[in-house]
Design a protein around this ligand. Structure first.
Ligand SMILES: Nc1ncnc2c1ncn2[C@@H]1O[C@H](COP(=O)(O)OP(=O)(O)OP(=O)(O)O)[C@@H](O)[C@H]1O
Length: 237
């Protein structure tokens, strides 16, 4: 019998504080979260409640004061900085709010750079880049540079780029904030579809609870604490 695959992402009792004058500000307070493969968890909550901090800790960009961040079964607190960076590069895709695409590169090249950094072969990288651009609805735009793309198209390139190295965890920060409602819904739908098709454990931070109808689970941050808001489908607890 084969052993079950470890959860792609597990946060267990994570507390994070920042320096604040003479004291410390608690940004995350005993946060626990399990994200199974192929599911999308949306994290909502007011400004300053800790959503971005949650993503930064899950991405291992910031180490928590207490608690565990476990990526694909590896307790990241037990790793050295170089091992943690390697794990992040191979396991985690991050979609930041601003696409930050390189102005001189085409859409396909934005993706190929990621494969190059990870040491993958150029030929295979080109084919994967084109397939991913197709998957995000940009098959015809592979040769365009960022200034030749709309805001929604740039955000799609941003998402495809994060998926380039086949991450098991996809972390997405406010992907729709610069888009109108219709394009925001389309990007959300795209993330749900890619999560299912590629089997990523996806966490999406958003202010906008208006179009979360198709996600698996919504959790709410409030003063650094995480409360389940609703659960649907196969995700439990
Ligand atoms: N680098 C930092 N140093 C000190 N305090 C910080 C730092 N980053 C965030 N904070 C504080 O931690 C708390 C949580 O911030 P965080 O950015 O995680 O919230 P958020 O829910 O993402 O907010 P927003 O929706 O406005 O982006 C806030 O009180 C914020 O002021």
């Amino acid at each position: 019998m084969t052993a079950p695959l470890p959860l792609p992402l597990l946060l267990d009792g994570v507390t994070l504080t920042y320096p604040d004058g003479d004291g410390r500000l608690t940004a995350l307070d005993e946060v626990s979260l399990e994200v199974p493969a192929g599911t999308l968890t949306a994290c909502v909550g007011p400004s300053g409640s800790g959503k971005s901090s949650l993503l930064a800790v899950a991405a291992t960009l910031i180490a928590p004061d207490r608690g565990r961040v476990v990526l694909a079964g590896a307790d990241t607190g037990a790793l050295g900085a170089a091992e943690r960076a390697a794990l992040r590069r191979s396991r985690v895709g991050i979609v930041f709010q601003q696409p930050n695409l390189l102005p001189s590169l085409t859409a396909a090249e934005q993706l190929q750079v990621m494969a190059h950094l990870a040491g993958h072969r150029p030929g295979a990288a080109r084919a994967r880049a084109l397939a991913l651009l197709d998957a995000v609805g940009l098959a015809g735009q592979a040769s365009r540079r960022p200034h030749q793309l709309s805001g929604g198209q740039r955000q799609r390139v941003n998402i495809a780029r994060a998926l380039m190295n086949s991450p098991s965890v996809l972390l997405v920060d406010e992907p729709t904030s610069a888009l109108d409602h219709e394009r925001g819904v389309a990007v959300l739908d795209l993330l749900v579809r890619l999560t299912r098709e590629l089997g990523t454990a996806t966490v999406l931070v958003t202010h906008d609870a208006g179009h979360l109808g198709r996600v698996d689970r919504v959790v709410e941050m409030s003063d650094g604490r995480l409360c389940p808001a609703f659960v649907r489908g196969p995700v439990a607890g």
